[in-house]
Design a protein around this ligand. Structure first.
Ligand SMILES: *Cc1c(COP(=O)(O)O)cnc(C)c1O
Length: 375
């Protein structure tokens, strides 16, 4: 089915700009393998997050997550677990299994929709010696408002904190601290569906120089210059073409984020008051999409039906939660995951585009205007 207002409308550089980049790549005869454009892009990503960071690029975020989990938690034999929310995208739990560990699912907090700090802390106490790492997810790319407490938990317990910030490039934890700065490392996706879109691509950002070296080697068959493979690795390298798109996108990314935030504010001010509640800190995010909790499942379902009837493509992320998906259904949970289940029934994800057309914003708002009265 095609919609008048698509869920995602990525803004890519013009055909002329892309053609110029391709000419440059063809002239240099260097298409991948840490070429000059990838080197420049990796540095620019690190600089964007802030001083003292390094970025290792990947051909997508899922390989970045796999690299990060196995580098930080070690390669497991299935006997240890990585704490992860079930309310996330399946790539994180998949990466945990690929690295030889088991996901231990935790619930989320009702107001922020971020992973439950208290449940993670209790799971660590209840499973001494069995927790290899925490894979926090910055829900919808929104910077976790309690990130400092998560870092304290990690320091206190000695369990490393990895953060899946796939949709969160350009988001902030606080006005002074960008997403990308926390934990041992943070993983970004630059997939076409994210606010920072280069087609397929991703990066792991860290302050740990030695970790960055290992991650880069992992993405290149585990090779070290001069000695061949010195560790388990694979091919996760980012191509020059995608890096070139990345440099173009970075040039006006601040304006892109502001544009998305303005669309969000407008939706927040025009949607029926008291009915649509957004998660904490969404306004300081790069706003991958507009997430709102409705008071009941019936209202949420009616909202989805009204949007579809109005030609607006909407979703309900992250539903179904990972622990209910067939491959993970036998997985272990730290508790009953009640908030995850409840939120999954009441969440709606609205389209937010960079420089969203006025008519498209109006269409979203008009579809939902009479939600409560129109049965
Ligand atoms: C998009 C996303 C991923 C996967 O990113 P890819 O670059 O497509 O591999 C992983 N985790 C979360 C939370 C995501 O939103």
């Amino acid at each position: 089915m095609s919609y008048d207002v698509p869920f995602i409308r990525p803004l890519f550089p013009s055909g002329d700009a892309i053609a110029a980049d391709l000419d440059r790549i063809v002239a240099s005869n260097w298409f991948t393998n840490f070429g000059p454009i990838e080197r420049e892009f990796a540095q620019a990503v690190a600089d964007f997050v802030g001083e003292g960071h390094q970025a290792v690029t990947f051909s997508n975020a899922t390989l970045g997550l796999l690299a990060a989990v196995q580098a930080v938690a070690g390669r497991g034999d299935g006997s240890r677990s990585v704490i992860v929310p079930s309310f996330t995208f399946a790539a994180g739990p998949q990466a945990i299994v690929w690295a030889g560990h088991r996901p231990l699912f935790i619930d989320i907090e009702p107001s922020s929709l971020q992973p439950s700090l208290e449940e993670a802390s209790a799971a660590i106490d209840a499973n001494p010696g069995r927790i290899a790492a925490i894979l926090l997810c910055n829900t919808f790319g929104i910077g976790n408002p309690r990130i400092a407490e998560w870092e304290e938990l990690s320091a206190r317990s000695g369990i490393p904190l990895i953060i899946d910030s796939a949709a969160g490039f350009g988001s902030r934890y606080t006005p002074e601290r960008r997403v990308g700065d926390a934990g041992v490392c943070e993983v970004f996706s630059f997939h076409a569906t994210k606010p920072f879109a280069i087609g397929e691509g991703g990066a792991v950002v860290t302050r740990d120089h030695e970790l960055a070296e290992r991650l880069k080697s992992f993405s290149n068959f585990g090779f070290e210059p001069g000695s061949g493979a010195t560790q388990l690795g694979l091919n996760g390298k980012l191509q020059e073409f995608n890096a070139a798109l990345g440099l173009r996108q970075l040039a006006d990314f601040d304006a892109a984020v502001r544009s998305r935030q303005e669309v969000l504010s407008e939706l927040q001010s025009r949607l029926p008051t008291g009915l649509f509640r957004a998660p904490d800190n969404i306004g300081a995010s790069s706003v991958c999409f507009g997430s709102f909790l409705l008071p009941t499942e019936a209202l949420r379902d009616r909202a989805l039906a009204r949007l579809a009837a109005g030609g607006v493509e909407a979703r309900s992320y992250y539903s179904p939660a990972v622990h209910t998906q067939p491959y993970f259904a036998e997985g272990e949970s730290a508790g009953p995951l009640d908030v995850t289940a409840d939120v999954g029934r009441r969440i709606v994800s609205l389209p937010i585009h960079q420089e969203m057309r006025r008519a498209d914003i109006d269409r979203v708002v008009e579809s939902l205007q009479t939600l409560e009265t129109d049965r």
